[in-house]
Design a protein around this ligand. Sequence first.
Ligand SMILES: [Zn+2]
Length: 321
Amino acid sequence: MGKWNFPAKGAHLDRVDGVYFQNMTGHEVEERLQKNDLLIIPVGSTESHGAAQPYGEDVFLAARLAELVAVETGCTVTQPVWYGSHPQNQLGMPGNIIIPEDVFVAYLRAIIAGFWNAGFRKQILINGHGQEEVIPLALHGFTKRYQVPAVLVSLHWWTPIHTHLFDKEHGGPFETPFRHADEAEASYSLALFPEMMQMEHAVDNKPGGFIPGDHVDKGGDVYHKPLRGHEAVGFGGIAPITYPEGVLGKPSLADPEKARPGVEAFLDYLTRLINDIMTTFPVGKLPPMDKVTQRSADEIDRVVKGPLQGGQHIYTLAYPP
Ligand SMILES: [Zn+2]
């Protein structure tokens, strides 16, 4: 039995318990920033996940994982980003609320800038959706524009635990390979928010493609195939035509016990990442200014100090973010 206790009894999303930034007062955030200035931003999507699983599944996966680690480490979580960027094959599926890539990246840059200005200069964006190639652009765009010291991370929850997502043939726990809304994703959801799942309605299908040869990876690119899912077009059909069920595979095989070791491994990894960041750069400390930017020390000092402590806000350097 590990130290992690899940599923939690209800989310923290609307609770007053010091987990979510938006649920805290100015006084509480001021106190938090004296103790821990690392922020987790869950980034998901609103997307069809079939008859048995909620539209916000990708958000809840990221948020529930973030909540467990925040309680353990003392960091803060922001209310999630509910809408995301989608690969071309998901276009047109009812319930997929698709934000264009440029709008989405600009939105994330603005969120990063806002929280940097609020004093959270260490930020981990936990991704729960197939937008791996888009989110990192926000980190780099923010940093190129502002050139201020920060620690920014884009972490897809499946990447540090990719072997836990394998099918049995590759030594993992699942009958079928990890794909959108399938056996594996539904198992993780059952482990983390069973109250939102209605598995009696699960409908399976058999995903197929056009080009043989095992070139393109599947969900989360966990098998490290030559082409990641986002790196090929024309190898398969679009969702409303080829998988109108909203799933790719066999959610009926989902079982929370198949996900438990992977959930625990992810929570352990995220805890280690946060501890390593906070040990290297304790509260109030940032990567060395003279190594990460060529802006003048005076300019950086002013924005690091911030608008209410005799300095300036970050937008004095550039706007829009
Ligand atoms: Zn999903």
